[in-house]
Design a protein around this ligand. Structure first.
Ligand SMILES: CC(C)(COP(=O)(O)OP(=O)(O)OC[C@H]1O[C@@H](n2cnc3c(N)ncnc32)[C@H](O)[C@@H]1OP(=O)(O)O)[C@@H](O)C(=O)NCCC(=O)NCCS
Length: 173
């Protein structure tokens, strides 16, 4: 039952589950993520725990019977002149749980969280990634360009659609 799926912010104590799901994502869908399996596999558990405690950056996790089945990340740009913007990253739902609105709920939670911290949320998505494009477009993300050959996996290049979402601010009607 998808109504039984709990969505919450991952804490440092979730680092092992996070690492395992992240490495699964990079194995199953290498063309969907900027990081490679090898890059993330070499990240220490200490760094993983630190990534899960760097507020306001968060990774939201979807849980079924306490097992992590999906996730979506949010990060604010570091540099002073860009801190009004954030990035949606690392969206992944285990194959057997797809098509049940888990991805949509995760991204909506990221949007809700991001609205409390930044004015705009950015995302990139593979031009042929119909599931993710439909999920993001359905939640209001607007395309503003295409980056050609944004990613290279082996000998294959992938174009990416660049997306933004203006976020409601406190005090907006
Ligand atoms: C993209 C992904 C997160 C979607 O997760 P999901 O839980 O299956 O998505 P949802 O069930 O919430 O679907 C959201 C919307 O997208 C649509 N959708 C999902 N997968 C689809 C597909 N393969 N083709 C067409 N539409 C699809 C749904 O119909 C739904 O549309 P609606 O809101 O109009 O009803 C999941 O397919 C995934 O993990 N893919 C591999 C990793 C990846 O591509 N991540 C994104 C990186 S940018």
């Amino acid at each position: 039952m998808t109504s039984d799926i709990l969505i919450r912010t991952l804490e440092p104590s979730d680092a092992e589950g996070f690492r395992s799901l992240r490495l699964e994502a990079l194995t199953v869908s290498p063309e969907a993520f900027g990081a490679s399996y090898e890059e993330d596999a070499s990240v220490s558990m200490e760094t993983m725990r630190a990534r899960l405690s760097a507020r306001p950056n968060v990774v939201l996790g979807a849980f079924a019977d306490q097992a992590l089945i999906g996730m979506a990340g949010f990060a604010v740009y570091d540099r002073v002149k860009a801190r009004h913007k954030g990035v949606l990253w690392g969206v992944y739902v285990k194959a057997e749980w797809r098509g049940h609105q888990v991805g949509k709920r995760l991204v909506q939670h990221v949007i809700d969280h991001a609205s409390r911290h930044v004015m705009m949320l950015e995302a990139t998505v593979g031009l042929t990634n119909d599931g993710a494009r439909r999920t993001y477009h359905g939640l209001g993300f607007k395309p503003y360009g295409i980056q050609r050959k944004a990613l290279r996996v082996g000998d294959t290049f992938y174009d990416e659609e660049l997306l933004y979402l203006d976020l409601p601010q406190p005090g907006d009607a």
